[in-house]
Each structure stands twice: as C-alpha cells, then as structure tokens.
Design a protein around this ligand. Structure first.
Ligand code: SAM
Ligand code: SF4
Length: 342
C-alpha cells in the first residue's frame, strides 16, 4: 500500500494523488484588514493575537521551501497584505527567487488602500501584476460593501499602481441586488484604462452578518445579461488561475469569470494556500490542512519541513463541496476567506 509521496517519481515537483502539479502558492501574511467587506467578514472580527503569527523571516523560509519543491508562482494576500508591518521586507526577500529564475512570478492581491504608498517599491522588487479588489464604482455603495473603506484612497492606489508600471486586474465579487447593475459600467471603466476585470461568485466561507443566499448571483446569469450589450468571445487566455476568460470585441479588453459554484474547476487546480500561522490548506473549500509551523521551528535545516510539505500535497483533496442555498445555513468551511486569502 502507498502511504506517502513517491519522492523518486516526482523528484523536484509537487504532484498530488490526482496527478495535478502544484506550482502555485498563495500566502496570507495577516488575517487582519483595514476593511470589513460584507461578504468576507463580520464587523466584529476576532483576529489572531500578533504573537501567533509567523515572523516575516519564517514566512520567507516557508515560501522558499516551496520554491525549492518546484513552486513557480507566489501570490501574497491576506487579510490585507499591505497592512502587515514591514511587509516590503518579505517582498524584497522573495524577489531573490525571481533573480535566480526559480520563480516566474511574485504578485499580490490587495484592496488597494495602501498602493499609493507601496506601488513604486513593489515594481522595483519585481512585482509586475497586482489584483485589486473593487466591487463597485459608486462611492456610497463602496462604503456599504467595505464598511470601513475609503473609495478615494483606493482609486488613488489604482492610479499609483498603473503609473508605477504595474499591470492591474480588477476583481469584483458578483453580489445580487448590490452591484449587479454596474458590470457594464465597470467593463467600460476598467477596459478604458487597460485593466482586465474578473467577476467572482461569492463562496460560503465563514460566518458573516447576513444570509449569503441573498447575495449569491450565478455568473452564468451575469454572462447571459452581458451578451445583450457586448460581443463576448471565448478565448484560451490563462493567468495560471481558475478564471475562464472572454474577450469583449467592443473594448478589446478581457473579462474573467471565477465560478466555483456554477462550474467546478477543481480538476485543474494547481495551488495550495498557506496561512500566517503556518497552516497549509490544500483546498480552498475543504478543511484538510497540515501544520508546517512545527517542522519549520523544529530544525534550522529544511529536511523536516520539506517532508511535511510533500506529505501535505499527498493529501490534497479532489475538490470542494461548496453549497449556497436557503436550506444550508452553515458556511461550507468555517474559516473566513481572509484566513487563506482566496
Ligand atoms: N484584502 C485583499 C483584497 O480584498 O483583495 C486580499 C484578501 S481578499 C480575502 C481576496 C479576495 O477574496 C478578494 O477579491 C475578495 O473580494 C475575495 N473574497 C472574500 N470573501 C469572499 C467570499 N466569501 N466569496 C468570494 N470571494 C471572496
Ligand atoms: Fe479585507 Fe479583502 Fe476581506 Fe475586504 S475582501 S474584508 S479587503 S480581506
């Protein structure tokens, strides 16, 4: 019986039991955030005590261990990654793997609030693409969705990122009755500035102050509606993530659809997610996890850590079982998206 990973068969790569090559690591560097988006968090969140967080040095060591096992793309996320103190130290440390060619891409997902401060430095450190989450172009709605966000600051952040030379992609969660009358305008706005737009289905993760079934909007419905106004062409474009892209003939820009609910994309999943306490989640929608903090701290050498990573990948689940309906009151997983960073 096979009880562990076959190191001989995958000497320098992480291959899971379903033959999927894990080449992408997303790292949530903090569970904290300066916003409280209604679909992501409740207003009164209990965050981890700061002493429980891995240090930036430890996060660097962990990420570097994954790079040594064949991970080619790193995405820094959160919570809000740019509110973690001294976060540029981590970007600087990790950028050495871009220099050696071990890493193809170092990138981040952000709410944009701190981009005016950090955009130039991110570019200097080798970051070329950023995903900025923005669900509306209406300042009042923005306040209602993010609760604590400052619209002008985020818009300034997006401009600063573009000016710094970063390629910006806008991510918007599709929310019924909240922003579903805005996608045409968002397409015009984003594509008019050379930014692609990705729409995301809301996922049942963590308790929020409300019923998700009121917010859930299948993107199959959205795409049908968009076709009334735009000519959409399926294209094979991929950015290494789960989005399916169409090109809009009228603008020349792209729209991505991330559809975990209506179309399960798990068969091509290439990623795992690390939390700021060193827990590795092998699937966004399942509880399967592995503690990497203990092997990280047990020895200064990386052997135990790498063995733990290999064993974790060997337990990567086949896929998620997300459900949003009126009968299912509990989220599919109890942790919030801010724990694993989406
Ligand atoms: N704070 C950063 C941001 O907002 O971009 C990074 C972390 S945030 C958790 C990453 C992405 O997850 C954001 O685009 C956000 O809209 C999305 N997200 C959060 N909760 C979600 C949920 N329940 N379903 C779908 N997307 C969610
Ligand atoms: Fe913060 Fe991002 Fe969650 Fe909004 S989606 S509360 S910005 S972590």
């Amino acid at each position: 019986m096979v009880v562990g990973p076959d190191r001989d068969g995958a000497a320098d790569q992480l291959i899971d039991p379903f033959g999927r090559h894990v080449s992408y690591l997303r790292v949530s560097v903090t569970d904290r955030c300066d916003f409280r988006c209604v679909y992501c968090m409740s207003e009164n969140m209990a965050f981890l005590p700061k002493k429980d967080l891995l240090s930036l040095e430890e996060l660097d060591r962990l990420c570097s261990a994954f790079v040594s096992r064949g991970v080619r793309r790193l995405r820094i996320t959160g919570g809000e990654p740019l509110v973690r103190k001294n976060i540029m130290w981590l970007f600087r440390a990790l950028s050495r793997h871009l220099g050696t060619g071990a890493l193809d891409e170092l990138t981040l997902t952000t709410n944009g609030s701190q981009l005016q401060r950090f955009a130039d430095e991110l570019y200097d450190l080798g970051v070329r693409r950023v995903n900025v989450s923005l669900d509306t172009l209406n300042p009042e709605r923005f306040k209602a969705i993010t609760r604590w966000g400052d619209y002008t600051q985020v818009m300034g952040g997006i401009e600063a990122a573009r000016k710094a030379g970063l390629h910006v992609k806008i991510n918007a969660v599709a929310l019924k009755g909240v922003n579903d009358d805005e996608y045409d305008e968002m397409i015009r706005w984003a594509h008019g500035r050379g930014m692609d737009l990705t729409l995301i289905e809301t996922m049942p993760m963590g308790d929020i102050d409300g019923d998700r079934s009121n917010q859930y909007l299948p993107l199959s419905v959205v795409q049908d509606r968009l076709m009334d106004n735009w000519t959409l062409k399926d294209i094979p474009y991929k950015t290494g993530g789960p989005a399916r892209y169409v090109e809009v003939r009228e603008t020349g820009g792209k729209i991505g659809f991330i559809t975990p609910m209506t179309h399960n994309f798990c068969e091509s999943c290439n990623r795992v997610r690390l939390t700021c306490t060193g827990t590795l989640y092998m699937c966004l929608g399942q509880d399967a996890s592995a503690d990497l903090r203990a092997p990280l701290r047990a020895s200064e050498a990386d052997d135990m850590l790498i063995e733990a990573i290999d064993h974790a990948i060997f337990r990567k689940p086949k896929g998620h079982d997300f459900i949003i309906d009126r009968r299912t009151k509990r989220p599919s997983v109890s942790r919030h998206m801010s724990v694993t960073g989406g």
